[in-house]
Design a protein around this ligand. Sequence first.
Ligand code: NDP
Ligand code: 8X3
Length: 251
Amino acid sequence: MSIILITGATSGFGEASAHLFAENGWNIIISGRRKERLEKLETVLKSTYKVEVLSLCFDVRNVEAVKTAISSLQDNWKNVDVLLNNAGLAAGRGPIQEGVYEDWEQMIDTNVKGLLYMTREVSPLMIARKQGHIINVASLAGWEAYGGGNVYCGTKHAVRAITRSARIDLLPHNIKVSVISPGAAETEFSLVRFKGDEQKANAVYEGYQPLKAEDVANSIYFMATQPAHVNIEEIFILPTAQATATITHKS
Ligand code: NDP
Ligand code: 8X3
């Protein structure tokens, strides 16, 4: 049975991917910081899909925690076929001259450094088996820079650059490296970005049909299930009503 390790499985794209891969018979390693959500998801996945599930509760910003989580994997969980580097966030949205240092650090540490730590620890397991697939979650913000998105856009541009470089590094080892770049998707993303302000978060998705977490999970599953000689290098997925980060057709 194939194994996928998903960071940020407690919500949004990660949670939807956990369901979809489990539904299709994959064993799943779920991770995130919220222990209760992990426990609940583990129970639901096991009982619904009859697959093996392992929960790893850690913060991807903590390099020692990442090292411990991966080095503590039992042999039966070491054969990770797909690493989905999904954990990430935007914290705030505003002009750079008013930027909040803690927000910048949280985004850079999670979206860039956390992804690097995970890749650094998991890729040797894949190299040992001469197979594997790393799928990074970037964003429309990895293609475009929009006002107020400064640091978030920077982190997602970095994710796309790291993906392309890692693909070259891992090429001789038969490891696929891909990236998915979604546009606006209704998850907990905006609630996190606007620090719990539901009104601001809901306004992001008003007047049009944004992507659902399941839409993105479907694309990730498509990427992960191609034949061994096929690498879907990048999927750029937008809501039909969205043309760019700042142009959305609203009713
Ligand atoms: P959610 O807020 O719904 O999910 C984010 C997930 O990341 C949660 O499971 C959260 O888990 C986890 N996470 C955040 N920080 C950490 C951390 N320090 N350590 C471990 N896990 C962490 O948002 P989405 O599902 O929308 O976002 C998933 C990814 O998709 C992110 O990288 C985001 O930037 C990207 N994205 C989102 C888009 C959107 O419009 N929604 C569009 C394009 C890209 P926990 O809090 O339990 O740690
Ligand atoms: C989330 C999409 O456009 O808000 O990555 O940056 S956007």
